[in-house]
Write a protein that binds this ligand. Structure first.
Ligand SMILES: Cc1cc2nc3c(=O)[nH]c(=O)nc-3n(C[C@H](O)[C@H](O)[C@H](O)COP(=O)(O)OP(=O)(O)OC[C@H]3O[C@@H](n4cnc5c(N)ncnc54)[C@H](O)[C@@H]3O)c2cc1C
Length: 240
């Protein structure tokens, strides 16, 4: 296997055109490749500046999870810190987690930040939404978002190797007129749902509004967790 390490977007495009398989930390692909054979050509984005940002409003796809610190919003930092073991976090990347893993602990966090994905197409890099990246397994360069007023991440404790634990991510953003909007994303099993609601009203009204969305169809225990997390974040933003 030849591993290419492009340092510019156009070099990465050349690698794509040659059929290079993207690789992050190889924590998932290594075992498969050992079993089924290695691809002829792979590419890592670890030397590409665009894929290495760790900023208040941007995160590159080649960033390894343990590098994600308080430069990014709390929801993303805590999501990254919850993945696997220290050894996994020192090797696994943002791109491998969002595009390549089935658990995708970073996905609910990225959804509540309303993050946009920058992906590399055959002709150019362009922005798209996370759903499309996950569904079409585009080559991800990075994520960008607007800084939220507050955010939070909760992952239920779970046995290693057991079913995926419930994840509830929350974020509140202010719009240009100063109105606040709450985003909630819930991973229940392998499914992730995301909802948005205005939240400049009484907490009870916000919770009622959420109950009328797909959140209301979650199992009672999951809805309890959502209610607690929403109450907490609204309290932290408005002092209610
Ligand atoms: C012990 C263990 C525990 C784990 N626990 C969790 C957990 O709690 N939560 C969780 O979410 N995950 C968990 N994982 C999965 C972990 O997040 C993945 O191993 C990791 O995200 C894969 O990242 P990687 O960089 O090693 O990807 P790789 O193994 O290198 O690649 C995986 C796939 O992603 C593709 N890919 C990589 N980078 C890109 C890119 N930039 N654009 C497009 N496609 C790309 C590759 O082509 C490949 O198909 C665990 C894994 C292990 C081994």
């Amino acid at each position: 296997m030849l591993l290419r390490l492009p340092t510019t977007v156009s070099e990465a495009q050349e690698c794509m055109a040659e059929g290079a398989v993207p690789i992050g930390g190889a924590t998932l692909v290594w075992a498969t490749w050992q079993r089924d054979g290695f691809p002829e050509l792979a590419m890592s984005l670890r030397n590409l500046p665009e894929a290495n940002a760790v900023e208040p409003e941007a995160l590159g796809s080649a960033v390894v999870l343990h590098r994600i610190d308080d430069r990014v919003p709390e929801v993303l930092r805590r999501a990254a810190g919850s993945v696997g073991t220290g050894a996994v976090r020192r090797t696994a990347t943002v791109g491998g987690n969002l595009v390549g893993s089935s658990l995708r602990c970073l996905l609910p966090a990225a959804l509540v930040l309303d993050a946009r994905a920058t992906v590399l197409g055959p002709d150019r890099a362009y922005e798209t939404d996370l759903g499309e990246v996950v569904a079409k397994r585009h080559l991800l360069l990075g994520l960008s978002w607007r800084t939220p007023a507050a955010s939070g991440y909760h992952k239920q404790p779970a046995e290693a190797g057991g079913p995926p634990p419930l994840v509830v991510a929350t974020a509140v953003h202010a719009d240009d007129e100063g109105r606040h909007h709450l985003r909630v994303a819930v991973r229940d099993g392998y499914e992730v749902l995301g909802e948005t609601t205005a939240c400049d009203m009484d907490t009870g009204e916000v919770l009622d509004a959420l109950e009328r969305t797909d959140v209301g169809a979650l199992p009672p225990a999951a809805r309890d967790v959502v209610r607690r997390r929403v109450t907490d974040i609204l309290g932290s933003v408005t002092g209610r």
